[in-house]
Design a protein around this ligand. Structure first.
Ligand SMILES: NC(=O)c1ccc[n+]([C@@H]2O[C@H](COP(=O)([O-])OP(=O)(O)OC[C@H]3O[C@@H](n4cnc5c(N)ncnc54)[C@H](O)[C@@H]3O)[C@@H](O)[C@H]2O)c1
Length: 283
């Protein structure tokens, strides 16, 4: 899809209240798109709405939990009562959970699968049929992650959902190509957003783990605005899988060429984490 000029196009972004979703919604508005946005957090949603409207774009905003099937159905009905279909569908809303598998409550599995995987499925289920019916093409972007092809310890549920989003997207890309609709699984590396602050952490010292992760994200210093431009290029190039950032591109290659090396790195990192955890647990 040509995204150089998005005048008269409608783009939908889930989780648009913060980070990547907010930056991408704004980048698309600056290219002329009108926006449909949703988020769980009403204050962040209102702030994003204000920023987008300041560009001159129209906004339909709704407080919606992407994991809630009936809420997503009602949201889609509201949107399709106003416009026939969206041109760009961005399933971005997501959460992180850092936990060893043995510490990971099953209820938290339900929560992360509900948001990170079923949120993407709900977005596609309720909005794609209208794109097909309108028969004017379009593009679907599902935000996976570098963790959608590189597995690391302490992130079993995040890895599982992000691998699933990539697999789902690669499958869907074939089906929707018949209708002239592109699908991209975006796989970013480390992006400096509030995701770590918003993340649930299990372990002996969650605050310290969060502080360490925040430091890594801040030092990496790759902002969501820069990622948003990368996502727009991936749509323009009709990429099915788009690893963006140098670490994501590197690991995309390593997982194919030398999977043994990636597994070795994972084991080393897990060993270090176990040693740190044991040290922190000592009185
Ligand atoms: N930041 C990174 O390094 C990074 C890397 C790879 C992938 N991602 C993915 O990018 C996406 C966006 O992450 P981010 O870094 O911008 O995080 P963020 O925490 O800054 O933003 C996530 C947004 O999603 C919203 N949200 C969460 N649960 C929701 C729900 N159930 N329904 C509706 N909205 C909900 C939050 O309120 C928030 O506004 C996520 O899917 C994340 O997994 C992030």
């Amino acid at each position: 899809m040509d995204v150089t000029n998005l005048d008269a196009k409608w783009a939908l972004v889930t989780g648009a209240g913060s980070g990547i979703g907010r930056a991408l919604a704004l980048a698309m508005a600056r290219r002329g798109a009108d926006l449909v946005i949703c988020d769980l957090n009403p204050e962040w949603l209102a702030a994003a709405r204000g920023e987008i409207e300041a560009t001159g774009s129209r906004v339909i905003a709704a407080e919606v939990d992407v994991a809630n099937r009936e809420a997503m159905r009602a949201f889609a009905e509201e949107v399709h009562g106003l416009i026939p279909a969206v041109d760009l569908l961005v399933n971005n809303a997501g959460i992180g959970i850092a936990a060893l598998f043995v510490d990971h409550p099953l209820e938290e599995w339900d929560r992360i699968v509900g948001i990170n995987l079923m949120g993407v499925v709900h977005g596609c289920h309720f909005f794609v049929p209208h794109m097909i019916e309108r028969a004017q093409g379009g593009h679907v972007v599902n935000i996976s992650s570098m963790a959608g092809f590189t597995a690391v310890g302490n992130m079993t549920s995040y890895n599982a959902t992000k691998f699933a989003v990539r697999g789902f997207s690669e499958s869907l890309a074939g089906e929707l190509s018949v209708h002239g609709i592109g699908v991209t699984a975006v796989c970013p590396g480390i992006i400096n957003t509030p995701i770590v602050r918003n993340m649930t952490v299990y372990g002996p010292d969650p605050e310290e783990s969060r502080r360490q992760a925040t430091r890594t994200f801040t030092r990496r210093n790759y902002g969501p605005e820069r990622l948003a431009e990368g996502i727009l290029s991936a749509i323009q190039g009709d990429k099915i899988v788009a690893p963006i950032t140098i670490e994501a591109r590197l690991f995309w290659k390593l997982t194919r060429w030398t999977p043994g090396l990636v597994h070795w790195i994972n084991r080393r990192a897990s060993k270090r984490l176990a040693e740190e955890t044991a040290r922190a647990a000592r009185p």
